[in-house]
Design a protein around this ligand. Structure first.
Ligand SMILES: Nc1ncnc2c1ncn2[C@@H]1O[C@H](COP(=O)(O)OP(=O)(O)OP(=O)(O)O)[C@@H](O)[C@H]1O
Ligand SMILES: [Mg+2]
Length: 452
């Protein structure tokens, strides 16, 4: 006996009970059962066949039905397995998704936290930030709005030109190339029309492929006002100094004239009358009176000389009459008389007409004060004076080899001489420098720019 397998209604021999067939719907099915048969090696006859066909048919349909059930069971098992597998996959995917959602929520929270911090930082800084697109403010922090006297929302979409009317810094706002402008002080107009001063820097940046102009400003109105006030004060001080020196000069001139014309003349008149009296009745007077009158005449002569010197010191008339070079020579001669042991050298390599009239008095006063200081403080053995012109610079240099002093560290209020010299030089458009250290002598150098 051999087991047979049925396929499409045909019997085939095989060693096991399983088989393949086709059901009534034409689908291929598997089956296994007790279809058994005897393999015959002879061809069956027609009667034999007629008997066997219905039997085979019923066997086949039986087998097919059973095969369907089995197959459905298999299929069901497989399906269940697939469903379970799919459920596991979906659970895993779901867990992953849940994780992602949680990550996302965490990121969102961190982002919102960071945004809050950023906003807090942006709003608490003293720098105003703003962003411009199409010439309008599209973003700004609270400080920027405050500086211009607006609420943050009210300033948005305002034209930048309205805030900075006199400023050309935003002219390149439309370009699509990054640029950065030098920091500078610009003028702005606040909501109430107030003028404000801002220290501003601008840059055009590519922000996520969108070109924007980013600006930041610091309100420097208070500093600017203080600067303007300081400039005014400096102007006032300059005017006052000018007035003071002018008043000083006219007072000196006046006193010099009074000394010369009034006191000097009066003393001269007294001297003349005493000399006259001596001449007319000197012989009749007792010797002691005669001697006293002669001494008085000598004293009067000395006094006249002193008055003349003081008057000349106050304002030498020769400065106006003969010029600076002659006045310098005279003054140095007089100085040498007062300090005979002092070795003096004077070099002047300019012509009188090369020295502007406006500088003559200033130069003389500087020379006068410097020589007086040398006489009073320096204990010098040698003084050299040089007046020269080097291209467009007129220079007066006075050098002594005396004891020197801490020129950088002079206590204020010690004297007025050096301060006045500096002021005079400055007011006349020049500069004065003093180089001195204890033990090294002193150099006073002043110069003025003069035209060719
Ligand atoms: N050539 C010099 N050598 C040494 N010390 C000097 C010399 N020139 C100035 N000084 C010092 O500088 C100080 C300030 O000089 P400054 O001319 O301003 O005042 P002063 O001569 O003391 O007083 P004033 O000029 O008002 O009569 C002097 O007191 C002195 O100590
Ligand atoms: Mg002095």
């Amino acid at each position: 006996m051999r087991r047979i397998q049925v396929f499409c209604g045909c019997l085939h021999t095989k060693n096991d009970l399983t088989g393949m067939g086709r059901n009534t719907n034409g689908k291929t099915v598997r089956f296994r059962d007790n279809v058994t048969g005897t393999a015959r090696h002879r061809q069956p006859g027609n009667d034999d066949m007629r008997r066997r066909v219905p039997l085979a048919k019923s066997l086949i349909s039986d087998v097919l039905a059973k095969a369907d059930i089995r197959h459905l069971a298999d299929y069901n098992t497989k399906l269940e397995y697939l469903v379970q597998e799919r459920t596991r996959q979906l659970t895993r995917a779901n867990a992953r998704l849940q994780e992602k959602i949680e990550d996302h929520l965490r990121d969102k929270e961190a982002l919102s936290e960071s945004e809050k911090k950023y906003a807090c930082l942006m709003d608490s800084t003293l720098t105003g930030f703003y962003v411009i697109q199409d010439k309008r403010i599209v973003y700004c922090n609270r400080r920027f709005a405050e500086i211009f006297g607006y609420l943050q929302n009210d300033i948005l979409h305002i034209e930048v030109q309205q805030l900075f009317p006199a400023d050309d810094g935003h002219r390149n706002d439309g370009t699509d190339k990054p640029w950065m402008e030098e920091e500078r002080i610009v003028e702005g107009v606040a909501r109430d029309g107030r003028r404000i001063w801002l220290h501003r820097s601008l840059s055009r940046i590519d922000c996520l492929r969108e070109m924007m102009t980013l600006g930041n400003v610091i309100d420097v109105t208070a500093q600017k006002k203080a600067e303007i006030a300081l400039k005014c004060l400096q102007c006032d001080k300059k005017l006052l100094s000018e007035k003071l020196l002018t008043a000083q000069e006219s007072e000196r001139k006046h006193i010099a004239a009074e000394l010369h014309d009034s006191i000097g003349q009066s003393i001269s008149a007294i001297k003349f009358s005493v000399e006259n009296s001596l001449h007319e009745c000197g012989a009749s007077l007792p010797d002691s009176v005669n001697l006293a009158l002669k001494n008085a005449v000598d004293k009067l002569r000395e006094t006249i000389e002193e008055v003349r010197t003081i008057s000349m010191d106050l304002r030498p008339p020769m400065l106006d009459d003969l010029g600076l070079l002659a006045t310098i020579s005279w003054f140095c001669r007089e100085f040498k008389v007062r300090f005979p042991k002092l070795d003096m050298e004077v070099h002047t390599s300019v012509q009188e007409d090369e020295i502007p009239d406006s500088l003559k008095l200033v130069m003389f006063r500087i020379l006068q004060e410097t020589l007086n200081n040398i006489g009073k403080h320096a204990m010098a053995g040698k003084v050299s004076i040089e007046l020269a012109r080097n291209k467009d610079l007129l220079t007066l240099e006075i050098n002594d080899d005396g004891r020197g002093f801490e020129a950088q560290d002079l206590p204020t209020g010690q004297g007025f001489g050096l301060g006045n010299m500096r002021e005079r030089a400055k007011l006349s458009g020049g500069k004065l420098a003093i180089e001195s250290e204890p033990g090294t002598g002193t150099l006073v150098r002043s110069d003025w720019p003069v035209g060719r």
